[in-house]
Design a binder for this molecule. Structure first.
Ligand SMILES: Cc1cc2nc3c(=O)[nH]c(=O)nc-3n(C[C@H](O)[C@H](O)[C@H](O)COP(=O)(O)O)c2cc1C
Length: 378
């Protein structure tokens, strides 16, 4: 690879941050490295009773905008991939720009960031400095477009792989938030989803209430239960954000378990004020606060996994744990598995290094004995 940036582990991103969302959707992903050949692998990791996966690593909701993106990610060796969050109606993207690099060279210690972060105008030099703000507002294509595109994405999975469809409810259409979540989940199932993930945790949707849904155990129970009833034997994952304490998390996981949710995934981005160096808002005045992802959120994400594993074990919950946040190098996948995750996701890291999965597969040896104790190795 002749690209000098790639020598530090970063490629030019597969999502062109200078182009708008729709251009990326239609023309992406933008590749600057060939897709490596995958060595033979054996599907062996049970995924929610639906299928067996060849590995425990995949991509969460976000970077995969449509079927072409999903197909490419599967070819790069992500074995479970999430189709970007969809709604029951067409929803526009937030204004451009949607992604900026930020300076955040120290790991965050908490999910509540009081101090602002500042944009960096040049790409970082190493994957450890890779930190971005992303503010898309969960755009969605219209149901008739999704009805055509989601089956194509699902069909791209090879043996040992699976495509999850992420959904979110809205309150804007004369239907309750709960009913809209249910309709979105039913649509995903109708279009072929074997697994549905409900996003309870997007921090970029401040005007509606759904951004903080995951912090409210009563609503987590009610909305999850309604979706579980509607989905029948199709498993439901709920996507969570970081919690300020293990007790706060425990109440939510109890609600999820009681509702029949099969897996919890986290974390989502951590929100912060993002400013230019002169103190003005980096995105625009109504989006001063935006979600941060990439390397600096890894410590908070690992704590989420440790706490969630403890809660699941102490309560004997039948909940699969999908951990992620801040995975920017292949060695980070093992940190999450060792912290107690059953499966690990990588979003920002994959966008700047699409080889991260093949690097992980290349280095993978026999799964560690401790993972058997989690009971997911079959
Ligand atoms: C470009 C981009 C778009 C995202 N969009 C969504 C989304 O639509 N739904 C969702 O649940 N999470 C979304 N996320 C959050 C990711 O799923 C993930 O939780 C977060 O980025 C932290 O992981 P990371 O540090 O590996 O990026 C998005 C992330 C990125 C980078």
């Amino acid at each position: 690879m002749t690209n000098p940036v790639a020598t530090a582990g970063l490629f030019p991103p597969i999502y062109d941050i200078n182009a708008n969302y729709n251009t990326n959707l239609e023309n992406g992903p933008k590749l600057s490295t060939p897709i490596p050949e995958r060595p033979p692998s054996t599907p062996q990791f049970d995924f929610l009773g639906v299928t067996k996966l060849s590995s425990r690593v995949g991509i969460p909701a976000g970077p995969l905008l449509g079927s072409q993106w999903v197909k490419t990610a599967l070819e790069f060796g992500a074995d479970f991939v999430c189709y970007k969050t969809t709604r029951t109606h067409a929803h526009p993207v937030n204004g451009h720009p949607n992604v900026k690099y930020v300076f955040a060279d120290q790991p965050f210690k908490t999910s509540k960031l009081e101090d602002p972060l500042y944009v960096r105008h040049q790409p970082p030099e190493t994957m450890e400095q890779l930190a971005i703000t992303n503010s898309f507002g969960m755009p969605s294509q219209a149901p008739e477009v999704l009805a055509n595109d989601i089956p194509k994405a699902i069909a791209a999975a090879k043996p040992g792989q699976v495509v999850i469809v992420s959904i979110v409810g809205s309150t804007l259409r004369g239907r309750s938030l709960q009913d809209d979540f249910v309709l979105a989940a039913q649509n995903a199932k109708k279009w072929g989803a074997q697994v549905v993930e409900a996003n309870f945790s997007c921090p970029n949707v401040g005007k509606a209430k759904e951004g903080q849904l995951y912090l409210d155990p009563d609503n987590v129970y009610a909305i999850s239960k309604a979706m579980v009833n509607a989905l029948g034997n199709t498993p439901l994952i709920i996507k969570l954000g970081a919690f300020s304490s293990k007790d706060e998390m425990e109440a939510v996981l109890k609600a999820a378990h009681r509702a029949g949710v099969k897996a919890v995934a986290g974390i989502n981005t951590i929100s912060a004020d993002v400013l230019n160096t002169n103190g003005t808002a980096a995105l625009d005045q109504i989006r001063v606060r935006a979600g941060i992802c990439g390397a600096p959120i890894r410590e908070v994400a690992l704590q989420f996994v440790r706490d969630a594993r403890a809660v699941i074990t102490e309560n004997s919950f039948d909940l699969t744990l999908i951990g992620g946040g801040g995975v920017t190098q292949q060695s980070h996948f093992d940190l999450f598995l060792e912290a107690g995750a059953d499966f690990v996701t990588c979003a920002t890291g994959f966008m700047w290094n699409p080889l991260i999965f093949s690097q992980y597969h290349g280095n993978q040896s026999t799964p560690k004995a401790t993972l058997k104790e989690v009971g997911k190795l079959v």
